[in-house]
Design a protein around this ligand. Structure first.
Ligand SMILES: [Zn+2]
Ligand SMILES: [Zn+2]
Length: 389
């Protein structure tokens, strides 16, 4: 079969590899659609994992074979079923799982879908092998829905999981910074829960869709907020402390605020400030700005800060004294799969609106290139095989 194999940093090759062999209680799925996800892009462009691998984990397709001895849960499927796959399922039994911290569970960290080599999702291949431990996350796609909608369950799941980390009351005001595919999912899910969403993005075309997805206000900042001037920070560090017993770091200047955005928030919240802010862009300056725009005891949720080791500065007194929580969310919660499937397949969250570009398997590298350098018009990019229907 054909597969796009990751051979080195930024080196993806279309190769012929064996169709995966399946064992008892495993599924062989013919891939129809696989979404391009930023977490795979990061691994490919920065060489974060050793090659060779076949990536792609937002996968939907058709079951073409079921491994012998099918017992529960494989017996709930039959050949010909159209399914959306889920590559991470936790054990539900370990210390992390008892705290519902599924993304930290050792079983969860194993990838249960492969097209060959070290399991890495395998969606950029013609067929994938689905292992028994991830079968509980596999969902059948209703006849009226497309494979592409099925492939969107995984990213929507990660967003719903994050939304559930926010302590919100209906009618609360939430800033969603960044209206890429993920930011737009946040906008929609928060609007469906009765929140007043204020959506921001540097690209006006995305704000139009944010409005259609339920944002009550949108705002296009004139420029990206800047981090404190690196020169002045450098100088502050080099300045000799007054005495060798000085315990405090140099004072941070307050973050520069976008005056239009501040006014909007003042109007929307009658001066209270935001109840929460979702940061769906990897910008530290936006985090600092949000930290000053949320009300006391509000929440700032990080969703795109996946680069380890980056130095940054946050005024920690805003966390301690102002009780503004800085929280994160990563990956999915498979117990939410049913709710996610209802949202997507009922089109309450119309995932079709988010897919702007489709590439054939042979052009997976181009798909990844576009997804990593989005244009004014591009949102979700997917790789499609056959008719993709
Ligand atoms: Zn993903
Ligand atoms: Zn576990």
């Amino acid at each position: 079969m054909r597969a796009v194999v990751y051979r080195d940093v930024n080196d993806l090759r279309l190769e012929t590899v064996p169709v995966p062999r399946i064992g008892a209680n495993e599924l062989l799925v013919k891939v129809a659609v696989c979404g391009v996800c930023p977490t795979d892009i990061k691994k490919i462009q920065h060489g974060l994992v050793p090659p060779p691998r076949i990536f792609g984990h937002e996968t939907a397709g058709t079951i073409v074979r079921i491994g012998g001895g099918a017992s529960v849960p494989a017996s709930r499927f039959k050949v010909g079923d159209r399914v959306a796959l889920h590559h991470h399922v936790p054990c539900l039994d370990c210390h992390f799982c008892r705290h519902r911290a599924f993304a930290q569970c050792e079983t969860y960290k194993r990838t249960g879908i492969t097209a060959g080599f070290e399991p890495a999702g395998g969606g950029y291949a013609e067929y994938v092998r689905v292992m028994p431990f991830v079968l509980p996350g596999v969902v059948k796609i209703p006849a009226k829905n497309s494979f592409a909608e099925g492939a969107m369950l995984e990213p929507v799941n990660t967003v719903l999981k994050a939304v559930k980390r926010l302590a919100l009351l209906s009618g609360d005001t939430v800033l969603v910074a960044g209206q890429g595919p993920i930011g737009l999912m946040f906008t929609r899910l928060l609007a469906l829960r009765g929140m007043k969403v204020l959506a921001t993005d540097l690209l006006p075309a995305r704000l139009d869709l944010a409005r259609e997805f339920g944002a009550v206000r949108v705002h296009c900042p004139s420029s990206e907020p800047q981090n404190p001037n690196p020169d002045s920070r450098q100088k502050a560090k080099l300045r000799k402390p007054k005495s060798s017993t000085t315990l405090h770091a140099p004072r941070l200047p307050p973050p520069p605020l976008d005056p239009q955005l501040s006014t909007l928030i003042h109007q929307l919240t009658r001066g209270h400030g935001l109840d929460a802010a979702v940061i769906a862009v990897p910008s530290d300056a936006v985090v600092r700005e949000a930290q000053s725009l949320v009300r006391g005891a509000g929440q700032v949720l990080l969703f795109s800060h996946t680069r380890r080791g980056a130095e940054t500065s946050v005024d920690l007194a805003t966390v301690c004294m102002d009780e503004k929580d800085l929280i994160g969310s990563y990956s999915s919660d498979f117990l939410l799969q049913k709710e996610v499937a209802r949202l997507v397949f009922s089109r309450k969250l119309d995932a079709r609106r988010l897919i702007t570009h489709q590439f054939p398997l042979a052009q997976t590298a181009a798909a990844i290139e576009l997804a990593s350098h989005p244009t004014a018009e591009s949102l979700k990019v997917v790789v499609v095989q056959g008719s993709g229907q």
